[in-house]
Write a protein that binds this ligand. Structure first.
Ligand code: FA5
Length: 346
């Protein structure tokens, strides 16, 4: 290319700039490099617009043709930029799609499923069994009034039996219930016989904790009042309950025991060939509801009588699975808890 003027001789011609630009455009590997090339050649201070600034120093005759050559170089570079931009954009989009591609055939992330705690499973089963026998489930508070936990249950004031249950007192009138039997007074206040109720819940005692005694444990308490209720009804009910929990081969044994709220009172144990070589294992206490309690709530003892039984919920899975330390139930160690299948207790 012939230089068009002495003043421009040290500068590139439009054609030279065009060809450098086209080369750099073809070499630009991504949009941002291409943008740099565009700025370099066509930007405000770019080299091609820079040529136009030289127009004033050209002769009048040279100006139109030089201007045309600059414009043509500019148009060619713009077109090349546009074409390269389209190519790079599609390549970049493609790789973005690849990076963001979701493979719907990949297995999903498996969430760890929780399961009901073994004591909850046991509680559910108890509710189904007793509910199925016509006992109505009732909630009662963990934070209980002294009068329901003791007075209403025929404990004479300062009776030593209260000391058996080392109690967590909140104040003189309020305590953490030591036994679910505390539900009785709440029901008898408001419900006329015939009635059948039960509850399952946490109980608290200031125990010297060991393998079979917790400070926080769970009890079932169940009672009914109707005409002619006897120890035979109690034993029959406990037999059905025990068979539902431990299987048909279970036997049940009553031995005399004392609780202020029953007369006669028993403790009861079960035995089955499948568990502990058929050894008797104590489950809880039971008896006929004391006449003092019925009278206290205006229930005609000539007509009505009732039974009540209570037992420790932990005892059931301990026996069903051979767990020898009940502290494990509340330690929340998954290695222990995950051993229990969902519907385990037959
Ligand atoms: C009572 O609590 C009576 N309310 C039961 C009752 C109800 C008798 C109705 C008569 C009529 P006792 O303190 O024995 O009784 O407890 C009953 C059962 O709860 C025990 O046999 C045992 O299975 C469980 N239990 C008692 N203390 C603990 C403890 N610290 N840790 C775990 N289980 C316990």
């Amino acid at each position: 290319m012939v230089r068009i003027s002495a003043q421009l001789s040290f500068m590139d011609t439009p054609e030279e700039l065009q060809s450098s630009a086209l080369q750099e455009i073809s070499q630009a590997g991504n949009s941002s490099q291409l943008k740099d090339v565009e700025l370099k050649f066509l930007g405000k201070n770019g080299s091609i617009p820079g040529l136009m600034k030289q127009l004033g120093s050209l002769s009048k005759e040279d100006r139109p043709s030089f201007g045309q050559r600059v414009n043509s170089a500019k148009a060619t570079v713009e077109a090349a930029l546009e074409a390269r931009r389209a190519v790079l954009k599609s390549v970049e989009q493609q790789s973005q799609f690849e990076a963001e591609r979701i493979d719907v055939t990949m297995p999903g992330e498996r969430r760890r499923m929780g399961r009901e705690h073994i004591l909850q499973q046991t509680t559910n089963k108890i509710k189904r069994v007793l509910g199925g026998m016509g006992f109505q489930y009732q909630e009662s508070p963990d934070l209980e009034e002294f009068r329901y936990n003791f007075d209403a249950l025929n404990y004479p004031p300062d009776h030593p039996a209260m000391d058996d249950q080392d109690t967590f007192y909140i104040d003189d009138e309020t305590l953490l219930r030591t036994q679910c039997t505390a539900l009785q007074g709440r029901v008898f206040e408001n419900t006329k016989p015939p009635l059948r109720c039960f509850t399952v819940g946490r109980t608290y005692r200031n125990e010297a904790v060991d393998r079979t005694h917790g400070h926080t444990f769970h009890q079932v308490d169940c009672f009914m009042i109707d005409e002619g209720v006897s120890m035979a009804h109690l034993k029959g009910t406990l037999g059905v309950f025990a068979r539902a929990m431990f299987g048909d081969e279970v036997s049940i044994r009553f031995r005399p025991d004392f609780f202020p709220f029953v007369e006669p009172g028993v403790d009861y144990a079960i035995s089955t060939p499948k568990l502990f070589n058929g050894r008797w294992v104590e489950l809880g206490g039971a008896g006929l509801i004391h006449a003092n309690i019925l009278e206290r709530y205006g229930i005609d003892t000539e007509r009505y009588s009732g039974f009540a039984f209570g037992l420790g919920v932990e005892r059931i899975p301990m026996m069903a699975y051979g767990v020898d330390d009940l502290r494990q139930f509340l330690e929340n160690d998954f290695r222990f808890l995950n051993q229990f299948e969902f519907e385990p207790i037959r």
